[in-house]
Ligand binder design. Structure first.
Ligand code: ADP
Length: 151
């Protein structure tokens, strides 16, 4: 049976930290679906269609990585995709507190799903999408934090 993992997130924007989790996840899974959650209540900073394209471009040499935008509970999306694994990155104890809660809820909704956490590579731990948005908003270059060129 194919080991499919769903890597869910907002990815606003997708960073080198996220890329690292996907590349390391490929050692564990046959296929990774990067799932961009569409949240009607949350305005994105970087456009969704643009981000889907940039992520697809980042992994164009990896046919076993694909990108999907969704508007549903993560656990439901995983079930529909036949993904028995959720992939998440852990940077620090704040991430842990949050992830602990949602992984319990996801398993309550979809009993067969396991969340697999990868500890961030140390040089990428300070990177967060929210900090990158702030830098960009005030005109700072952010290319060093992204695995693709923004245009
Ligand atoms: P969410 O809105 O669900 O928190 P994010 O797009 O911020 O989504 O992050 C998606 C996943 O990537 C989360 O598991 C988060 O902890 C992880 N992540 C974010 N930044 C990094 C990083 N620099 N290194 C490793 N994992 C990260």
């Amino acid at each position: 049976m194919k080991r499919i993992a769903l890597f869910p997130g907002s990815f606003d924007p997708f960073t080198k930290g996220h890329e690292d989790i996907v590349l390391r996840g490929l050692q564990l899974f046959d296929e990774i679906v990067i799932g961009i959650g569409r949240n009607a209540n949350k305005q994105r900073y970087f456009g969704l269609d643009q981000m889907v394209q940039l992520i697809e471009h980042t992994f164009e040499k990896h046919p076993n990585v694909r990108v999907e935008a969704y508007d549903d509970l993560t656990a439901n999306v995983a079930r529909k995709l036949g993904a028995r694994f959720l992939l998440r990155g852990l940077r620090n104890t704040t991430d842990f507190e949050y992830e602990n809660g949602i992984s319990q809820v996801n398993r309550y909704i979809y009993g067969d799903v396991e969340t697999v956490f990868l500890i961030t590579s140390p040089h990428l731990a300070p990177i967060s999408s929210s900090i990158i948005r702030d830098l960009h908003r005030y005109g700072q270059r952010i290319d060093d934090f992204l695995p693709y060129q923004l245009h």
